[in-house]
Design a protein around this ligand. Structure first.
Ligand code: AMP
Ligand code: MG
Length: 343
């Protein structure tokens, strides 16, 4: 753990899903490609837009990303999330983005039996995964004290007003990038862009069809060799593809690797038998919330969740080098894995 043969460098591993724009494009106004890189949410983000409104679209997307970064960072004292976390149980008025993350998160929390839980923030912070913190291994008693107020059943929504149990603190690390990618694509569309693809760390979001009519092609990163990929997905416009993986953020201490997705029961990095989970569905917030929850649940329960609730497709990568691909995906193999296709 994590699934890598070369665990020498300990740092945040950059994008796990590499957007590959595979076809050449002509120089017509409709197909002219413009790109922009933005660094936000501890991630290099690559925004690509086509057509005559591309520059306006990129600027709108960048502004959206920066404003959501400011609102959703629980470490920033002027953020909306900081205000909510420090309200001592009093109701706080929140933006559409926060409301959407909370509504989606509550659904996934309930359906997954608590595998996704934004109230793990004190434990996340204790490990140093919360922001700029130093990595460290908290002991069991510290973690159990930090989990005392765990549970999303204490979150009350009333319109745009939210309250937590006094003392609870949330982070949206598991869903914020998906929500942001979705909002950024919406901002591009409102600026008149008809074709775009955004890669925010492990979160990909597409808009429209490529100018040459071909599908968007994105690569799923190989967790065992993060410079490589294990297959490609062909995506339609209006699709999110989001990956959670234990190789994305981790550190080594006491001779062990400690990664950033925590088991809500214990507060320790979860060992579910999975290295990565890629979720494909129309909505970015849903895809991001699910990718974290299904990583925690593991192979069997992740597939059972999909059978029961539907609305998304999956690529699961297991520690024993199987790649499980669900029915509705257009997937091309690349690499030395056992590929398994399920309905
Ligand atoms: P993701 O990369 O989308 O899977 O999100 C992982 C991030 O969410 C971590 O870096 C933590 O900040 C936070 N996190 C870790 N475990 C959980 C969990 N079980 N539920 C909710 N958030 C979590
Ligand atoms: Mg997630």
């Amino acid at each position: 753990m994590p699934c890598t043969r070369h665990v020498k460098r300990i740092h945040i591993l950059l994008p796990l899903v590499l957007a590959l724009l595979l076809s050449a494009c002509s120089r017509s106004a409709r197909s002219e490609k413009q790109e922009r890189q933005v660094f936000a949410m501890d991630t290099i983000m690559l925004l690509t837009a086509y057509g005559e409104n591309a520059q306006a679209g990129l600027s709108a997307a960048e502004a959206t990303i920066l404003s959501l970064e400011a609102a959703l960072d629980p470490e920033r004292e002027d953020s909306e999330l900081y205000a909510l976390n420090h309200a001592e149980g009093a109701p706080v008025s929140v933006s559409d983005a926060t409301l959407q993350i909370l509504e989606t998160g509550l659904t996934v929390w309930e359906r997954s039996g608590g595998a996704l839980d934004f109230t793990l923030y004190p434990a996340v912070r204790a490990w140093g995964f919360g922001g700029d913190g130093e990595y460290r291994v908290p002991d069991e008693s510290e973690l159990s004290a930090l989990l005392a107020l765990r549970g999303m059943e204490h979150i009350a929504l009333d319109g745009h007003t939210v309250s937590l149990a006094a003392g609870q603190e949330l982070s949206f690390g598991a869903a914020a990038k998906g929500c942001t990618a979705q909002a950024a694509v919406n901002a591009m569309r409102d600026a008149g862009v008809e074709a775009a693809i955004l890669t925010l760390g492990g979160n990909v979001q597409t808009l429209g069809t490529k100018p040459d009519g071909s599908p968007w092609v994105v690569a799923v990163q190989d967790p065992f060799d993060t410079g490589s990929y294990l297959g490609t997905l062909s995506l339609d416009g209006g699709t999110a593809a989001v990956t959670s993986g234990n190789y994305q953020r981790y550190f080594e201490a006491d001779g062990q690797i400690w990664h950033h997705i925590l088991d809500p029961e214990t507060g320790y990095p979860v060992r579910s038998g999975l290295c990565s989970v890629t979720v494909v569905c129309p909505d970015g917030t849903t895809a991001d919330s699910l990718s974290t929850a299904l990583f925690v649940l593991g192979e069997e329960d992740a597939l059972a969740y999909r059978d029961r609730f539907g609305g998304f497709e999956l690529v699961l990568v297991t520690e024993d080098r199987r790649v499980i691909v669900t029915g509705g995906l257009s997937f091309s193999e690349h690499g030395d894995f056992t590929y398994v296709y399920v309905d």
